[in-house]
Design a protein around this ligand. Sequence first.
Ligand SMILES: O=C(O)CCC(=O)C(=O)O
Ligand SMILES: [Fe+2]
Length: 232
Amino acid sequence: MSFRLRGFEATELNPNLDANSCEKRGKQSITDLGDGSEVVYVPRFLSAERAWAWFDYLDKEIPWTRPLIHVFGRSCLQPRDSCYVASEGLTALKYSGYQPHVHEALPGTRFNSLLLNRYKHGSDYVAWHSDDEKLYGSTPKIASVSFGCEREFLLKKKPVKKEASNASEEQRHKRLKISCQDHHSFLLKHGSLLVMRGYTQRDWLHSVPKRAKSNSVRINLTFRQIVMCKMP
Ligand SMILES: O=C(O)CCC(=O)C(=O)O
Ligand SMILES: [Fe+2]
C-alpha cells in the first residue's frame, strides 16, 4: 500500500516479496514453523540510509497516540505509541477494547491497512498476542518493517487444543519432524522486513518484550490486508 506521507515516495515501503524485489534486497531466510505456518526475514530490506530517512520522517510526522486499552478487565495505557492507517470502507479494527481512529490511506497493493508502533525505550513493549482478528481472514500475511533500535521479536506456539492433542500418533510425529521448536526469536534490525504467513496467526503468538538495555526509539510498521468490507 502507499499512504499519504508528504514528500516521500511511500510505495518504496511496499513489502511485496516478489522475485525482483528480493534480488535487489539481498538475502532472505524462510523459517518453516510447521503445519503451514511460515516466517520470512529479510535483514536488509531497506538500506541503512533510506531506513534512517524513514525513521526521522515517521518519528516527527506521524500523529502518534498512546491510547487507553482494556486487558483482563483492567484499563491501562498501551505500553507503546501507535497510529492506524486504512483504506476507506473496510471493517474497523478493534483490539484490547480499543478502536483506533483511522487515518486515510491510498490504494496501491494488496495491503490495505497499516498499524504503526513506536517504542520509545526498552520498557515499551507488545505483549504476547496473535493478529487473528476475523477481518484479516484465515491465513493473513502480515509484513513488518522495523526502524531504529534493534529489538527482539519472539514467537511461541499456542497451547495445543483438546482436539489437536487427540491427533493420531502418525500426525503428531509428522508435525514434530517438520518443526520441533515451539519458540523462535528474531533480532529485528534497522531496515529489516519480517513476514508472517500461512497459519502463523492461528497457531502462534508473538511479542516484543521489554529490554532494559534498549534505550533508544524503535518504530515498526505492520502492513495487513483486511478482507472484510463494512456492511452497506
Ligand atoms: O513491533 C513489532 O515488531 C510487532 C508489532 C505487532 O505485533 C503488532 O502491531 O501487532
Ligand atoms: Fe502483532
